[in-house]
Design a protein around this ligand. Structure first.
Ligand code: HEC
Ligand code: HEC
Ligand code: HEC
Ligand code: HEC
Ligand code: HEC
Ligand code: HEC
Ligand code: HEC
Length: 376
C-alpha cells in the first residue's frame, strides 16, 4: 500500500547540512517521516472516502498508476532492490552503496565525506517503468531544495542506472555527488504532479495527500461527498461544474501529462521522439481530434483503470466506433478491421528502458521515430 495518510508532516528537520556542511549528515540525523496528522487538508477528501460510495471506481483506481505516484522510502515497491545495492557510476569513478533502514533508504560513497550516509526520502513513480528517489533539504541559506538522486531503478531492465537527464552533469557543490539540485517552481512542480496536494514550507512537506487521488481530477468533490452523506437520496449535489466531462478534460490531464503550452512549438515535429511521452500534445495534433471535435482521453481510457488492463482489441473498437460505418471518418484501405494501434499509434522508445504509445495518431512514414513492438 502507498502512503495513505490523510495529512502528514514530513520533515528533514534533523538534516542541517547545506552544500558546504555536507559532512554533518550522519546516521543520527537522518530525516524521519512522522505520521502525525497536523496538516490543513480538511477541505480535501481522501480517495478512500469517495470509495465508500463509488466502490467500482475506487477499486480499479487502486490498481492504476495514479494510486502509486509518490511514496516514502520507508515503504515503496522495489525497496528491496536498493537493499545492499552497489552501483558503479559509469561517468565518475565512484560507487554508490545503498542501505535500507527503518527511516528509509540511505546511500554512501566510499572515499567521500568519510563514508557519511546521505538520506533518500521520497520515491517518485509507480515502478511500472521506473522509480526516482528525491530528498528535500535546506541549502546553506535555509531555502529548501530538492536533490533528485543520480541513480534510478528501471523495472524493464531490472537494474539501476543514471537518472534520465543527469548524464554529463558536473559536480559544483558537494551535494551534487548525490544528485541534481532542483529549486523553486521546478521543485514544487515535481510534488504537484505526483501528489493530490502538498506544499513545501521551510524544509518541510506539509498538507500532504500523496498520489493522484479522486479530488485531483474532481475538484470540489469534498463538498459533494459531504452533501451526499447528509442526504443519500438526493440527486447529485456539491459540484458547481463538471469539467472532467467536457473538452476541459484534456487540460486536466495536461496539467501533469503536459500539453501544447508546455513545449516549444518547434518541438512539435513528427520526427521528435521526445514529445511522445506527452500524450495530450500528440493527441491534439491528430486529424481524429481536429476533425471529430469530440475525441477526449476518456474516449479510449477509463480514467480509473490502468491503461494496460484494456486489451488492444478494446482500444481498436474505439477506433472502429468512428472508422467503420460513421460517415465522418474513413475506413483504412490497408487493414479495415484490426491492428490499428500497432500501425497508427505504436510504441516509441524515449529511454533505453521506457517507451510510450505515440498519441499523435497518423499515417506513419520514414520521417517518424522508430517503433518498438508491443508486448501484448
Ligand atoms: C455518501 C455517498 C457518496 C460519497 C461519499 C461520494 N459520492 Fe460521488 N456520488 C454519489 C452518488 C449517489 C452519485 C450519483 C450516482 C452516480 O453517478 O454514481 C455521485 C456522483 C458522483 C460523480 C458523477 C458526477 C457526474 O459527473 O455525473 C462523481 C465524479 C463523483 N460522485 C465523485 C466523487 C468523489 C471524487 C468523491 C470523494 C471526494 C465522492 N464522489 C464521494 C455518492 C457519493
Ligand atoms: C496530478 C497529476 C496528474 C493528472 C492530473 C493526471 N495524471 Fe495520469 N499520471 C500521472 C503520473 C505521475 C503518472 C505516473 C504513474 C507511474 O509512475 O506509473 C500517471 C500515469 C498515467 C497513466 C499510466 C498508468 C496507468 O494507470 O494506466 C495513464 C493512462 C494516465 N496517467 C492517464 C491520465 C488521464 C487520462 C488523465 C486525465 C483524465 C490524467 N492521467 C491526469 C499524473 C497525473
Ligand atoms: C509536469 C508534471 C510532472 C513533473 C513536474 C514531474 N513529473 Fe514525474 N511524471 C509525470 C507524469 C505525467 C508521469 C507518467 C508519464 C510519464 O512518464 O511521462 C511521470 C512519471 C514519473 C516517473 C515514472 C517513470 C517514467 O518515466 O514514467 C518517475 C520516476 C518520475 N515521474 C519522477 C519525477 C521526479 C523525480 C520529478 C521531479 C524531479 C518529476 N517526476 C516531475 C508528471 C510529472
Ligand atoms: C486522472 C483523473 C481522475 C481521477 C484520479 C479520478 N477520476 Fe473519476 N472521472 C474522471 C473523468 C475524466 C471522468 C469522466 C469519464 C467520462 O466521461 O467517461 C470521471 C468520472 C467519474 C464518475 C462518473 C461515472 C463514471 O465512471 O464515468 C465517478 C463516479 C467518478 N469519476 C469517481 C471517481 C472516484 C471515486 C475517484 C477516486 C477513487 C476518481 N473518480 C478518480 C477522472 C478522474
Ligand atoms: C471520435 C472519432 C474518432 C476516433 C475514436 C478515432 N478517429 Fe481516427 N479520425 C477521425 C476523423 C474524423 C478523421 C479525419 C477523417 C479521416 O481521415 O477519416 C480521422 C483520421 C484518422 C487517420 C488519418 C490521419 C491522417 O493524417 O490522414 C488515421 C490513420 C486514423 N484516424 C486512425 C485512427 C486510429 C488508429 C484510431 C484508434 C486508435 C482512431 N483513428 C480513432 C475520427 C476518429
Ligand atoms: C484513440 C484512443 C486513445 C486516446 C484518445 C487516448 N489514448 Fe492514451 N493510450 C491509448 C492506447 C491504445 C494506449 C496503450 C495501452 C496499452 O496497451 O498499454 C494508451 C496508453 C496511454 C498511457 C500509458 C503510457 C503509454 O503511452 O503507453 C498514458 C499515460 C495515456 N495513454 C494517456 C492518455 C491521455 C492523457 C490522453 C488524452 C490526452 C489519452 N491517453 C488519449 C489510446 C488512447
Ligand atoms: C499494417 C498497418 C496498418 C494497420 C493494421 C492499419 N492501418 Fe490504417 N493505414 C495504414 C497505411 C500505410 C495507411 C496509408 C494508406 C495510403 O496512403 O493509401 C493507412 C491509412 C489509414 C487511414 C486514412 C485513410 C484515408 O483514405 O485517408 C485511416 C483512417 C486508417 N488507416 C485507420 C485505421 C484503423 C481504424 C485501423 C484499425 C481498424 C487501421 N487503420 C489499421 C496502415 C495500417
Amino acid at each position: 500500500m502507498p502512503l495513505v495518510i490523510a495529512a502528514v508532516v514530513i520533515s528533514a528537520a534533523g538534516v542541517i547540512f547545506g552544500f558546504r556542511l555536507l559532512r554533518d549528515v550522519s546516521v543520527a540525523n537522518l530525516p524521519t517521516l512522522p505520521s502525525s496528522s497536523t496538516g490543513n487538508t480538511e477541505h480535501l477528501a481522501d480517495s478512500s472516502k469517495c470509495g465508500e460510495c463509488h466502490v467500482q471506481q475506487y477499486e480499479s483506481y487502486l490498481q492504476s498508476g495514479h494510486a502509486r505516484t509518490f511514496w516514502s522510502t520507508r515503504d515503496f515497491p522495489l525497496r528491496n532492490r536498493f537493499e545492499h545495492l552497489k552501483f558503479d557510476d559509469p561517468e565518475r569513478n565512484r560507487t554508490f552503496h545503498y542501505r535500507a533502514t527503518k527511516s528509509g533508504i540511505d546511500v554512501s560513497v566510499p572515499g567521500l565525506f568519510d563514508g557519511d550516509r546521505f538520506p533518500l526520502q521520497f520515491a517518485f513513480g509507480s515502478g511500472d517503468n521506473a522509480i526516482t528517489l528525491v530528498t528535500l533539504t535546506p541549502d546553506g541559506t535555509g531555502i529548501p531544495v530538492g536533490i533528485e538522486h543520480r541513480v534510478s531503478w528501471f523495472s524493464n531492465m531490472d537494474q539501476a542506472d543514471l537518472t534520465p537527464g543527469q548524464s554529463g552533469l558536473a559536480v559544483q557543490h558537494d551535494v551534487e555527488h548525490f544528485g541534481r539540485v532542483i529549486r523553486g517552481a521546478t521543485l514544487e512542480r515535481c510534488f504537484e504532479c505526483h501528489t493530490t496536494a502538498c506544499s513545501i514550507r521551510g524544509d518541510k512537506l506539509i498538507d500532504l495527500i500523496p498520489n493522484v487521488g479522486c479530488e485531483r481530477c474532481h475538484s470540489s468533490s469534498a463538498s459533494h461527498a459531504a452533501a451526499m452523506e447528509n442526504d443519500p437520496e438526493s440527486t447529485i449535489v456539491g459540484f458547481k461544474e463538471r469539467p472532467w466531462r467536457t473538452a476541459e478534460q484534456i487540460h486536466i490531464c495536461a496539467e501533469c501529462h503536459r500539453g501544447v503550452n508546455n513545449v516549444k512549438s518547434n518541438q512539435v515535429r513528427r520526427d521528435n521522439h521526445k514529445i511522445v511521452r506527452y500524450q495530450p500534445v500528440g493527441l491534439v495534433q491528430s486529424k481524429c481530434y481536429e476533425k471529430s471535435k469530440r475525441l477526449l482521453c476518456s474516449t479510449c481510457h477509463d480514467p480509473h483503470q490502468h491503461a494496460a488492463k484494456r486489451t488492444t482489441r478494446e482500444y481498436e473498437l474505439q477506433c472502429l466506433a468512428c472508422h467503420s460505418s460513421s460517415p465522418q471518418a474513413t475506413r483504412c484501405g490497408v487493414s479495415p478491421n484490426t491492428g490499428c494501434v500497432a500501425c497508427h499509434m505504436p510504441r516509441v522508445e524515449i529511454h533505453p528502458s521506457i517507451s510510450f504509445h505515440d498519441h499523435w495518431i497518423r499515417i506513419r512514414g520514414n520521417l517518424d521515430p522508430p517503433v518498438v513492438e508491443d508486448e501484448k
